[in-house]
Design a protein around this ligand. Structure first.
Ligand code: UAG
Ligand code: ATP
Length: 531
């Protein structure tokens, strides 16, 4: 099923004249024409139209959505909402009312919320924004919300999940009408809470408009997406939109970086602050602070002490490796508490949070005769450093990495990623990620240029394709005490090669290789050297 089809199964027919009145829309249709029309869904994409929909023709960044109104009407749209420029493009049958508003993109969410009966008002809702850690934090928050809510929904980069039913997600934050329909469906299924990632694109493009979140969360801000937001100020301003009274009731902000401190100072909603770096001066002024952390608990996660606003210390656990996940876990606990979950229950639930698909996911558990096998989404230099630094303290043996770099994307990062891997890991298996239209060998070659800077003799470096074979070779090289980390693709269910999406998943390959008995097979006891 596609996300656009995840709609309530019992939609309510809403009278178009009521919608016109509720949003003060201008209509070209006579009162009589409007009178007979009812809408039961909303979409901004002609391909997603279902019979009975209102099609919103958005003036896009590339083209005007109104151009696609005839196709939308053919597919069953009963009315069109657009702006004056869009209306001027239209030549529709006279029985299809055209409604005009100044900013249809900003209205798509509120109109969809209205059509679906404002589902968010009947759910506990949380939105998580920030450059890194959104997915992880969202799943930790969901784990904590489940302590108080029998059925929850979680929406983000990895999947769109309601209870135990999930479909692949097309992007980090779905289109505004899709979000409202998902909320309505979640309600129908009996959910009482929902957590979503809110990307900066989504906030800039009003995809979350129409929902007043109970709690908004901010992880951090690092350089990213400047092609879209212009500069860091623009990027920050778009993230800050989530902390507006029209968008969220209250906020929880990590104040480890300057952007978080600015956000907390300027937000026009009540904000609780969280400092997650032990010993950071920011902790003195923060409401919540991580005052001690012990990484490597049970060979993987970490324990930490979270000091609350009343000065009480709480022992907590992050089930995922590395200090960044102490940050994410601390934030999630405070967010869930702000959303009404008992603090001890939130702490307990986060400590037992299930694996997050492709985020430091433990696919092979460390065991006698076996390495630890992890899959992580790190696909930028910064994330790669964090991932490898997180894994080193939990690796008594050698750290083996399988990695590549994307085609048709930032070429500059390829040698940097190679150099980082050579510096922070012991054994490197360089392979393909999503080569897209590029020649895979030339991407690997650029990575190896960076590897050579750090390790000119290429000792313990292999170049292997295809990716599945690279994972098998890494496992063959690994022994008890080692860690094999496969980075770059995380949960992704496909690999894009020469324009074709092939079904492929790192976790499946790791599991299959384990089952085939590949672990350690490259070693011969006689020589002590891998074959
Ligand atoms: C850069 C960006 O975010 N673009 C978004 C923007 O597109 P746009 O304004 O360029 O749309 P357009 O192509 O000019 O089309 C205008 C309108 O015509 C409609 N249309 C277009 C073609 C057609 O056949 N029928 C039709 O109805 C489109 O749905 C749209 O409503 O508005 C569209 C409608 O809301 C979005 O679908 C589209 O997201 C595109 C698909 C996208 O890829 N966005 C990515 C960059 C994104 O949002 N990523 C973030 C995560 C970023 C990260 O952290 O990595 C995310 O939340 O996933
Ligand atoms: N709090 C954090 N600070 C910095 N880096 C982090 C943090 N949490 C996770 N990371 C790193 O960022 C990468 C992506 O993590 P995650 O998927 O949770 O973030 P995200 O914001 O959802 O990013 P994306 O939208 O790309 O999935 C991981 O590889 C991890 O190593």
């Amino acid at each position: 099923m596609t996300p656009a089809r995840m709609r309530p199964t019992h939609p309510v027919d809403r009278r178009l004249p009521d919608l016109v009145t509720a949003f003060s829309l201008v209509s070209d249709a006579s009162g009589e024409t409007l009178e007979g029309v009812t809408v039961r869904g909303v979409t901004v994409a002609s391909d997603d139209v279902e019979p009975g929909d209102l099609f919103v023709g958005i003036p896009g960044l590339r083209r005007h959505g109104a151009t696609f109104a005839p196709g939308a009407v053919e597919a069953g749209a009963v009315a069109v909402l657009t702006d004056a420029a869009g209306a001027a493009l239209l030549d529709l049958p006279p029985d299809v009312p055209v409604l005009v508003a100044e900013d249809p993109r900003a209205l798509a969410g509120p109109v969809a919320a209205w059509v679906h009966g404002h589902p968010a008002e009947r759910l506990t809702t949380v939105a998580v924004t920030g450059t890194n850690g959104k997915t992880t934090t969202t799943y930790f928050v969901d784990a904590a919300l489940r302590a108080a809510h029998p059925l929850t929904a979680v929406l983000g980069t990895v999947e769109l999940r309601i209870g135990d039913e999930a479909i692949e997600s097309p992007r980090t934050t779905v289109e505004a009408p899709v979000l409202q329909a998902l909320l309505a469906l979640a309600l129908e299924r009996g959910a009482t809470a929902m957590t979503t990632e809110a990307s900066s694109h989504a906030l800039a493009l009003h995809r979350t408009a129409g929902t007043l979140f109970d709690v908004a969360a901010f992880t951090n801000l690092q350089r990213d997406h400047l092609d879209f937001h212009g500069d860091m100020e623009g990027y920050f301003a778009d993230k800050a939109r989530l902390f507006d009274p029209a968008q969220s009731r209250r906020g929880v902000v990590v104040v480890d970086d300057e952007w978080g401190r600015r956000l907390a100072a300027q937000a026009r909603i009540p904000v609780e602050t969280v400092a997650t770096h032990v010993g950071d001066p920011a902790a003195a002024d923060a409401d919540w602070a991580v005052v001690g952390a012990d990484i490597g608990l049970d060979g993987v996660g970490s324990t930490f002490v979270l000091r609350g606003p009343d000065g009480t210390d709480h022992e907590a656990v992050s089930p995922l490796p590395g200090l960044v996940n102490v940050s994410n876990a601390a934030l999630a606990i405070v967010v869930a508490h702000a959303a009404g979950v008992d603090l001890d229950a939130a702490i307990d639930a986060v400590s037992h949070a299930h694996a997050i698909p492709g985020r430091m996911e433990r696919v092979i558990e460390r065991a006698p005769g076996r390495p630890l096998g992890l899959v992580d989404y790190a696909h930028t230099p910064d994330a790669l450093v964090l991932a490898l630094e997180a894994v080193r303290p939990i690796t008594p043996g050698r750290l083996v990495i399988v990695f590549g770099s994307d085609g048709d994307r930032d070429r500059g990062k390829r040698p940097i990623m190679g150099q980082i891997a050579a510096r922070l890991a012991d054994v490197l298996v360089v392979t393909d990620e999503n080569p897209r239209s590029e020649e895979p060998a030339s991407i690997r070659s650029a990575i190896l240029t960076g590897v050579r800077k750090q390790r000119p003799d290429l000792h313990d470096v292999r170049e292997v394709e295809p990716r599945a074979q690279a994972i098998r070779e890494a496992l063959a090289l690994a022994r008890e005490g080692d860690t094999v980390i496969v980075t770059g693709k995380g949960h992704e269910p496909t690999q894009e090669i020469a324009g074709v999406f092939h079904r492929y998943n790192d976790r499946d390959v790791l599991r299959a290789a384990l089952a085939e008995g590949v672990v350690g097979s490259a070693w011969t006891d006689r020589t002590g050297e891998p074959a």
